[in-house]
Design a protein around this ligand. Structure first.
Ligand code: ADP
Ligand code: MG
Length: 685
């Protein structure tokens, strides 16, 4: 059977249905068969209507008197009907499922399962699942539930797939080293389960298959990267030592190790492909500066890409401060840069050694004479295409060395799968003297009583003894807001920061309060951030735009509203805005309204370890939450869980075996075609 052929060729699928399927990305027979149920209803042991009790029930009967009407509340449709069996009848109600009107034939029998409960003074069966009796194997009572795609509902998929039931045994195998027909069986039992146990086994195989593809893709990326050429940079140990001695602090051992890894990579003629991972405040910037120094000493140009102008400016201040005295020319290029033309001409001439910037670096008219090292800060903030744009700015035939940095720790399981083609250096040691941030979770309603006195206390403390802006009166506070649903209307982030700032100003008339959000003009943002850094603002009310990298050591308190709506890794990032000076720092996580702190949030009270928190996030919320690359939806794993380390280990071993025989890359054509989409997302360049 040709698994790649159009669904239109399947029995019972006409041009109309085919078009609907195509629209939601289901083009080939393979796509359809891999549209797996998201759940299974069990219609086991139905009860007679005469015997039902409130609660979850399964009944078997016919349905009639179906009608649909609009409810008084806007945007809600109510579909009602009467289900009857030999012993009696009950009312059934669905909300916003008017397609139910057409689902049932009056003469047929169906199973229904759902909650039988009191609604508007009358007992009804509320929004039950339904399946035609003749579709369900009476021995198992199981019925697959598919995710609706546009106008195609679960029961449509059930019908479309059942029509091809006899085709499943002809599905070819995809992977070597499993017994023949494994995939065919796994797909068959996913759609036509004979017990929950076989479903589990089927899913286990399909998850394995997915992980195998993902790991194979990242391995192949690694091989391809090895074929590229880069300029080799020998490092001058005397000069590097002088530079390190000039620093106002002693490097941590972790920083030394990371720098050493990078120097070794830069000496090679294959491009470096390294990820520098380090928790917030672990000192990645100086490692980047060292790498830039070594490259620039041998006349290679360096581009440092930052996700926001605020951060780019901060890096520029830091890095040019460190490098200028050693004769390295550092420049800043952002949207707000004046005399861009002149600067770009100098970059093109090779008159600039290190360019630090935002997206402005990516434009076509930014041309380098000899781009040799690309550093990407907070790399998960950039999409594949954006990173690629920069990588292509090297001289023809050469690829730049790449150093990607992130404060969002990547759990080991992700490292083995999605990021398997990277070398990794980890800063697992914070500079000496950092104090843990004391973290408290509390419901919003206790803010007035518990939090406001704390704010007053913090702001009246003397400024941080080491580093603070000139105009600081006391210590400073961040207050983070987000858009929340307020009944029917969505409050935008902008209104929510504005109104919070206003309320706080009413409460604390003497304090200097400003707000910051992503929609402000860049120059305005920079201005406000500058004032905050300079100590001219006591409380900065902001959206998560301050999440990334901003360094104001005199800010010692951060309050995060609606904390329950963020991932732990993101909260940890936000929390990392404080604890940067020598004073005690505090983080208050407010849950929405009177919501009690969840176990998940409580983890932040217990741990200051970003790696540990990311592992928890991965288990509880999935990879998209912690790793931005995946947010683009490209990596929608159907089944596999990236926290299943055992299965990952097995797939990894099998991929290594697979790659031992180069013929396999030709022999397994479907596999190789299928993984190209993964190759795109698992690569950094
Ligand atoms: P991040 O890894 O979050 O990007 P930064 O590079 O911004 O961290 O460093 C955080 C702060 O720590 C900066 O103020 C930096 O000057 C300081 N720092 C970096 N390395 C050290 C060190 N080895 N000892 C003391 N302070 C350091
Ligand atoms: Mg940083």
């Amino acid at each position: 059977m040709d698994f790649g052929e159009d669904v239109e060729n399947l029995k019972g699928i006409g041009p109309k249905t085919a078009e609907k399927l195509h629209k939601c990305g289901i083009v080939s027979v393979k796509d359809l068969f891999y549209t797996l149920p998201r759940d299974y209803d069990t219609f086991e042991t139905p009860v007679s209507i005469a015997d039902i009790r409130p609660g979850k029930i399964v009944i078997k009967g016919a349905i009639d008197s179906l009608t649909t009407r609009r409810a008084r509340r806007r945007n809600l449709s109510v579909t009602e009907g009467i289900i009857h069996d030999a012993t009696g009848s009950i009312k059934v109600v669905w909300f916003n499922q008017s397609y139910r009107l057409k689902q049932f034939a009056p003469e047929k029998e169906y199973y229904f399962t759902g909650n039988y409960e009191l609604k508007n003074g009358r007992y009804s069966l509320i929004s039950p699942s339904a399946a035609e009796v003749s579709d369900i194997d009476p021995r198992t009572g199981l019925s697959p539930v598919y995710k609706a795609h546009g106008s195609l509902k679960s029961h449509d998929f059930r019908r479309l797939i059942s029509q091809s039931r006899d085709k499943f045994n002809a599905i070819p195998d995809l992977l070597p080293s499993v017994s023949a027909g494994t995939r065919a069986k796994a797909l068959f039992y996913s759609h036509f389960p004979n017990s929950l146990n076989t479903v589990k086994r089927a899913h286990n195989y399909l998850a394995y298959e997915e992980l195998f593809e993902l790991i194979l893709a990242s391995r192949l990326n690694r091989q391809e990267n090895k074929k590229l050429k880069a300029t080799s940079f020998k490092f001058d140990s005397g000069k590097v030592r002088k530079f390190v001695e000039s620093l106002p602090f002693k490097l941590t051992n972790a920083q030394r190790r990371a720098a050493w890894d990078i120097f070794n990579d830069l000496e090679k003629t294959v491009p470096m492909n390294r990820l520098l991972q380090g928790d917030v405040g672990s000192g990645k910037t100086v490692v980047a500066a060292l790498s830039a120094y070594v490259t620039a000493l041998s006349k290679g140009q360096v581009a440092i890409l930052a996700p926001t102008a605020v951060l780019a400016a901060q890096h520029f201040a830091n890095i040019s401060g460190l490098l200028s005295e050693f004769g390295i020319k550092v420049e800043l290029l952002t949207g707000a840069t004046k005399q861009k033309k002149e600067l770009k001409a100098r970059i093109k001439n090779g008159d600039v050694d290190v360019v630090i910037g935002t997206h402005a670096l990516l434009t076509d008219d930014t041309v380098f004479s000899n781009l040799a090292l690309v550093v990407i800060d907070e790399q998960h903030r950039f999409g594949v295409e954006q990173r690629q744009k920069l990588m292509l700015k090297s001289p023809a035939g050469l690829a730049p060395h790449l150093l990607a940095m992130t404060a969002t720790p990547i759990p080991r399981s992700l490292q083995l799968t999605v990021f398997g083609d990277l070398d990794v250096s980890i800063l697992d040691e914070l500079p000496a003297g950092r104090k843990p941030i004391s973290t408290t979770v509390m419901p919003e309603i206790s803010a007035r009583e518990k939090l406001y006195p704390e704010i007053v206390r913090i702001i009246s403390l003397p400024p941080d003894e080491k580093k603070h802006g000139k105009k600081a009166r006391g210590q400073q506070v961040y207050w983070i807001c987000r858009a929340i649903e307020d009944g029917d209307k969505t409050v935008s982030e902008i209104t929510s920061v504005k109104s919070r700032a206003k309320k706080l100003q009413e409460l604390f008339p003497k304090l200097r309060i400003e707000f910051l959000h992503g929609k402000m003009r860049q120059t305005e943002k920079d201005e406000i951030m500058g004032e905050f850094a300079n100590g001219e603002i006591d409380i900065l009310v902001s959206t998560t735009v301050v999440e990334v990298g901003v360094d104001v050591p005199n800010a010692t308190m951060i309050i995060i509203e609606n904390a329950d709506s963020y991932g732990l890794a993101q909260l940890h990032q936000l929390r990392g805005r404080v604890g940067r000076g020598v004073s005690e720092s505090y983080c208050y996580l407010m849950t929405t309204g009177d919501a009690q702190p969840s176990r998940r949030l409580k983890e932040l009270e217990k741990s200051n370890d970003g790696f540990y928190l990311a592992e928890i996030d991965l288990k509880m919320r999935g990879p998209g939450e912690i790793y931005g690359v995946l947010q683009h939806g490209a990596l929608d794993l159907r089944i596999a869980s990236l926290s299943d380390t055992k299965l990952i280990a097995r797939a990894q071993k099998d991929v290594v075996d697979f790659l031992r025989d180069a013929d396999n890359l030709v022999k397994y054509k479907e596999l190789m075609d299928g993984i190209s989409k993964y190759q795109q997302i698992t690569t950094l360049n």
